[in-house]
Design a protein around this ligand. Structure first.
Ligand code: KG4
Ligand code: ZN
Length: 338
């Protein structure tokens, strides 16, 4: 735990320019997110150069907005935190350098935060008592899929992770195959309709005896099903659209089944007292619902708005894991968590 009560945090690791102020790692005082999704949508994914440029254009306004609503403005801030990895280097640099400038100009301590670890702390930003240790954390985002055992703050042990695509990346790629748009997670969730044939299902890569995941075979299965549907539709657009929605449903069911069973097995094997679900894919309502039913222990999830990238989770992580940096620190695109 940190002795700095109110922390201003900045997050620019990917395509959201974000700043937030959190009190004692629990209470969100302000939370500003400028999403670049509309800009990247036309390219069908995040373009690193475009993201860097957009962070530079937005950061000052975003930080100002996060400070403006505080009763005493800047004098309320005890420390500045920023994500320093993992992520896109050019994007990370804008956030970290902004935090450094503020720390230097205002004589405040600078705290470097790991983005993947920070996702877990979204679950600390609710009314509920924080999760008990040891707990299992399932982090599922656009860049990461990890299952970890957390014995305490800063004491995380890797149980498994993806061997190929991250869960969010699989959602994004499959949404593209199904022509549902970007970002894929929300698009698939919205489109999903149960198939008429209730027994129809897509494959699940269990990788038995491990806590690892693989989603590339599932992605290929969707591709083949989609090609078959195109051939069978003979130009019937309605029939094809219906099949796309069924495949979205079946894909989501496969991913949710794999993620929730592996998490339940991890709980059993480690005697964990709780599960924390985090990362952008944690916004998926089907995943939340099935995990709560299957976990066997209480499940803690961030509010939906704090599942995808934001700076409130960075501030919370900085409070519980106050690793003070200095003005010489730099970004690390491949920064490891566990
Ligand atoms: O955590 P995040 O905002 O960025 C990274 O750190 O990667 O996660 C973004 C990912 C995207 O792949 C997006 O498609 C996915 O989270 N996502 C969802 C949902 N909302 C966002 N996936 C499934 N269902 C959702 N509702
Ligand atoms: Zn993220």
């Amino acid at each position: 735990m940190s002795s700095f009560e109110r922390i201003l945090a900045i997050e620019t690791s990917c395509d959201e320019t974000a700043a937030a102020v959190v009190d004692r790692g629990r209470t969100v005082l302000s939370n500003v997110v400028a999403s670049q999704i509309d800009i990247h949508r036309r390219y069908g994914g995040v373009v690193p150069e475009v993201a860097s440029r957009q962070h530079i254009l937005s950061i000052e306004q975003v930080v100002r907005a996060a400070i403006e609503t505080l009763p005493n403005g800047w004098s309320d801030i005890d420390a500045v935190a920023a994500t320093y990895g993992p992520g896109l280097s050019g994007a990370l640099l804008t956030g970290l350098n902004t935090a450094k400038s503020i720390a230097w100009a205002r004589g405040l301590p600078l705290i470097g935060v790991n983005h993947v670890e920070a996702h877990i702390y979204g679950a600390w930003l609710t009314e509920r008592e924080p999760p008990p240790f040891p707990c299992i954390a399932l982090i599922v985002s656009g860049g990461h899929t990890l299952l970890v055992l957390m014995r305490g703050h800063g004491q995380a042990e890797r149980l498994g992770g993806t061997l190929d695509d991250a869960a969010g990346e699989a959602f994004d790629k499959v949404a593209r195959l199904l022509e549902l748009g970007f970002p894929g997670g929300p698009a698939i969730q919205r489109a999903a309709v149960a198939p008429t044939d209730l027994h129809a299902r897509l494959p699940r890569a269990w990788l038995h005896g491990t806590f690892d995941f693989s989603f590339s075979g599932l992605k290929t299965a969707v591709l083949h099903e989609m090609q078959a549907a195109r051939n069978a539709a003979h130009g019937d657009a309605d029939a094809l659209a219906r099949r796309q929605r069924e495949l979205a449903y079946m894909f989501q069911e496969s991913v949710v089944d794999i993620l929730t069973r592996k998490t339940r097995d991890a709980v059993k094997q480690t005697d964990a007292k709780a599960v924390v679900l985090a990362g952008g894919v944690a916004a998926n309502t089907r995943l939340r619902e099935v995990l709560i039913r299957r976990a066997g222990v209480p499940v803690y999830v961030p509010p939906i708005a704090l599942c995808t990238d934001n700076a409130a989770m960075i501030a919370a992580c900085a409070y519980w894991r106050p690793q003070v940096g200095d003005l010489a620190m730099t970004v690390d695109a491949n920064l490891a968590f566990v």
